[in-house]
Design a protein around this ligand. Structure first.
Ligand code: ZN
Length: 282
């Protein structure tokens, strides 16, 4: 029998999204890269997604979205969970915070990702703040004493957003997701109710193709346009991380802001958590 040292054990990534497609949308590339390295990935939606459609709401939509989340996770072999908080009605309560503390302590992640508390969607804001509030208390034995407290704080990070008030997203980490772009698209494609129905309706897009091949093309084009529109805000970080020569080659990215309110990784730990990114010189 061999016992793995801590540095050899597969890393554990926990992505906490407010809705069943948030993890895939903002961190699906990282999740796919982690899985390709044999690491453990768990994608959680705090809410049940019951409000994410213009024609069907409530339990019928919840059932559909649970199946979609399962299909998306199966694309990369990730664990997943759709919680039962109500979509569009998520509040940063003591109960939510303690549920998060128990969930994080039980999974024992190396890296936790969620939303920033600054965001357009109230559920993202509530969850982002609840995750920040939960972080320190993970190590406090008197809080949720029924689940053993953590003796080692994970690294926490926020998934990219484009909002600048009260403060813009600061990309600590930018990863090139071109090698897993198709996997990410396949995950998003699994969320049919969102990417081919609700979001196009909500965004006022024209009719969506029905045929599977055309849908893939439509999604690919849409996501590439999104990547192009957000890239200018990441340009200086890409230059810093990849160097001026490589900068233009790194087009399809995901970015994360490492939290100051949990374990702040040194250069070696950052490299271990994000081995797909060049090791930083500081
Ligand atoms: Zn969301």
């Amino acid at each position: 029998m061999t016992i793995m040292s801590e540095s050899e054990a597969p890393l554990r990534l926990l992505i906490l999204g407010a809705h069943p497609d948030d993890a895939e949308y903002s961190a699906g590339g990282l999740a796919a890269l982690y899985r390709s390295l044999g690491y453990v990935v768990r994608m959680v939606s705090a809410t049940n997604g019951e409000a994410g459609h213009h024609k069907t709401y409530g339990p019928k939509l919840v059932e559909r979205r649970k199946l979609e989340a399962a299909a998306a996770a199966a694309v990369i072999g990730a664990e997943h969970e759709v919680g039962d908080e109500r979509d569009g009605r998520l509040w940063n309560t003591e109960e939510l915070r303690e549920r998060l503390i128990r969930a994080i302590r039980t999974f024992r992640p190396d890296l936790v990702l969620s939303h920033r508390p600054q965001d357009y969607h109230p559920d993202h804001r509530s969850l982002g703040q609840a995750v920040v509030d939960a972080a320190y208390l993970l190590t406090v034995p008197a809080i949720c004493p029924d689940v053993p407290h953590l003796t080692k704080m994970p690294v926490f990070g926020a998934m990219f957003d484009r909002f600048t008030r009260p403060c813009p997203f600061e990309p600590t980490v930018v990863i090139d997701i071109a090698p897993v772009w198709d996997k990410k698209l396949a995950m998003l494609e699994s969320h049919e109710s969102q990417f081919f129905e609700w979001l196009p309706y909500n965004m006022g897009m024209p009719a969506i193709p029905f045929n599977k091949e055309q849908r893939r093309k439509f999604l690919d084009k849409w996501m590439r346009e999104m990547a192009t529109s957000t890239r200018p805000s990441l340009e200086s970080a890409i230059k810093r991380i990849y160097g001026r020569d490589m900068c233009d080659k790194v087009q399809l990215v995901e970015a994360f802001e490492i939290s100051q309110y949990a374990h702040e990784p040194d250069r070696d730990l950052l490299h271990r958590l994000f081995p797909m990114m060049p090791k930083q010189p500081y």
